[in-house]
Design a protein around this ligand. Sequence first.
Ligand code: EPU
Length: 425
Amino acid sequence: MDSLVIQGGMKLRGSIAVNGAKNAALPIMAAALLSDEPSLIRGVPDLQDVRSQIALLTGLGAAVLRQKDGALEIRVRDQSQSHAPYDLVRKMRAGICVLGPLLARRGRARVSMPGGCAIGDRPVDLHLRGLAALGARIRLANGDIVATAKRLRGAEIFLGGNFGSTVLGTANVMCAATLARGQTVIEGAACEPETVDLANYLNAMGARITGQGTPRLIIEGVRELHGCEYRVIPDRIEAGTFLVAAAISRGELRLQNVRLDHLVAVIDKLRQIGVRVEKCNGGVHVAAPQRLQPGTITTQPYPGFPTDLQAQFMALLALAHGNSIITEKIFPDRFLHVAELARLGARVHREGATVMVEGQPKLIAAPVMASDLRASAALVLAGLAAQGVTVVHRVYHIDRGYERIEKRLNQAGARIQRVDQAETE
Ligand code: EPU
């Protein structure tokens, strides 16, 4: 198991290219199961979660090929399998995305029920309610969701839950509805850019979806979908993580392959706390201020501030001049990074779904433990700023969502070394 050894205090300078979005690529890859013709998907990052999704699709009869130019070709060869086993779904929750496509195309799906994970319970009740409204019969057997339907039929479905819309639930129901008989209207749909990207990909395959990017999706069912070529959007969470990296290291970076329109809430927050963010040729330029102001952050569904950047901003605000308040409204238990940031000297006080961050002039290096993907990113960011050498253990979490993060940060002046964990114990 690898660890990252981070020499703190290096100012980042230079330029980093942002990769294609993991959370757009994973549901798009699953949606390729809806057609017998090949999809050529560009901009899919080379990540552990993508490799897990490839293993899952391969087990479901797809031939998945990474071409020389990096594009991913997915071609369904065998429709006889419809079981997504526990071993694969437990590693990566986006495995649940095959449920809707399998059900719509093969008439049956058996997908292991994802359990809880480091960021909370993460139920799938809304996914199942949506599919049931389309006419699927759904039961639970030995920990698996078993869904069957001859042909799904369009319906009006409300997908809002107690914590707002559901991103992957919308993906599952939208995919299933593309091949249903008649019209489906999804109210309370997720508006995230990744959901829009999936709808655009499905339309490129011949689906008839309108309303993407709004809470009301209208899907006219079609008999079949064809192959297509598609490029996934840039990763707004990776971009946000690098913006914080520049700010926390008191450096200056230019990011390429960025969609600023996907980062409005994030950039607004950075500017409020004093970080300079400016559009520049083909990207964005970010520069840290002398003094970081404190701020108030509440995570919300898009276009609000994303939960996937909450931990990274907590690391940044730990160094602000004053007290900040961070409230998590999507995953109220997504705070495993709090205790680890405290080990680096951050003054963080949690009360339920809110954390008060008492800004400090400095953080001091320490060994820390990564617990989930974004928490790990926050620890790496804190390590960039901390005085001394921080060791982040169990970085396999970070490899799930960031491609070679240490190499890319090092190219911009960071000093991060990847070592086998045994060497640091
Ligand atoms: N929820 C329900 N019932 C459901 C589904 C969700 O109550 O059936 C609740 C969840 O518990 C949560 C809220 O609704 O409180 C929103 O969850 P959502 O379903 O939108 O999350 P998700 O689709 O499982 C995706 C991303 C997450 C990201 C969330 C929120 C992927 C692969 N995952 O998860 O990304 O945090 O949307 O934006 O797209 C990450 O990349 O680190 C990550 C965790």
